[in-house]
Design a protein around this ligand. Structure first.
Ligand code: NAD
Length: 299
């Protein structure tokens, strides 16, 4: 069985690594944040002191990182994956990054014949914990075949979207644009219920058997809005990042998407106001607080 190295033990990477371990794989982890490494150790995982040490012990290396910048650092900086991996290994990035970065990494890694897949995921922390993520894979068929058993452990639905490295990312960005829409829709629509004294639990039950329901309404309401706890989950700043990438794809293809643009402005504004580290569902709370404050000011 392949030995797996996992870099980035955050909200997604930690449960994915634990899932792989629980399914019988030997997993060695690495995170720049010691607290995250300790959490993995407490779950029975082995920790590497550096990504170079991790690479030396792994057949397949997975990464789950928060930004383009972090992915560039882990892959391309001196002492990174490009320097240490070899052609007998497979590297898989599960982070959501710009399609151009998928292409740049593939070009650099292929110069050293290092097989690479860009395989962003959807399904959130719950999906990572339950090993039911949707995995949207771009990259060579031959490479995909080598690691599909591993991808099937982290995901319940694994799609090899195409050999073009950024194909999976494009699908993932469409998914997250929809998440941005649904999150904004739920956040605004629920304000009407609040004003008209409709209990939000009752509303949820009725929407649950109506076309107004969505997976995002269920997720945002049940996990964050109802308990009034906006600890992520999926941080608002990560959603904002993905909407930026989606808009870049639209711009590069001369697509004018005015509603998406105004959504991006909305999330940018919230991040600017300090909500970036909270779950994206915090948009509901921001709108409610703003409405309540405006009411107070006028009474
Ligand atoms: P996170 O911020 O919780 O985790 C990222 C981890 O990477 C952190 O623990 C951080 O310390 C670590 N890290 C950063 N730089 C590093 C480096 N140079 N070397 C090693 N470790 C480093 O983010 P997350 O929510 O787990 O998301 C990870 C990726 O998955 C993102 O690209 C995100 O867009 C995507 N994603 C997240 C969700 C979700 O619901 N959270 C769902 C689907 C996809």
């Amino acid at each position: 069985m392949s030995k797996i190295g996992f870099i980035g033990l955050g909200n997604m990477g930690l449960p994915m690594s634990i899932g792989l371990m629980n399914s019988g794989y030997e997993v060695i982890g690495f995170d720049v944040n010691e607290e995250r490494s300790l959490l993995f150790k407490k779950s029975g995982g082995n920790i590497a002191l550096s990504s170079a040490d991790l690479v030396a012990e792994s057949d397949v290396i997975l990464t789950s990182l928060p930004s383009n910048k972090a992915v560039e650092a882990v892959y391309l900086n001196k002492g990174g994956l490009l320097d240490h991996c070899n052609s007998s290994q497979v590297v898989i990035d599960t982070s959501t990054v710009a399609p151009e970065l998928n292409q740049q990494l593939e070009a650099s890694l292929s110069e050293r014949s290092i097989p690479f897949l860009a395989a962003p995921v959807s399904g959130g922390v719950v999906g990572a914990e339950n090993q039911t993520l949707t995995v949207m894979v771009g990259g060579k068929e031959e490479t995909f075949q080598k690691v599909k058993d591993i991808l099937n452990v982290i995901g319940g639905n694994v799609f090899h979207v195409g050999e073009q490295i950024d194909k999976g990312t494009t699908v993932k960005l469409i998914n997250n644009l929809l998440i941005g829409f649904y999150t904004a829709g739920v956040s605004e629509a629920l304000q009407i219920a609040n004003q008209k004294d409709i209990d939000l639990n009752d509303l949820f039950s009725m929407m649950n058997v109506s076309y107004g329901q969505s997976r995002i309404y269920e997720r945002n309401y049940k996990t964050f809005i109802e308990p009034n706890d906006f600890n992520p989950g999926f941080a608002l700043k990560l959603l904002r990042k993905d909407l930026e990438f989606a808009m870049e794809v639209a711009d590069n293809n001369q697509l004018d998407l005015p509603i998406s643009k105004s959504l991006l402005d909305l999330y940018r504004n919230l991040e600017h106001q300090g909500y970036g580290d909270q779950d994206m569902a915090v948009l509901y709370k921001y709108l409610k607080d703003t409405i309540d404050q405006n009411k107070e000011a006028t009474t």
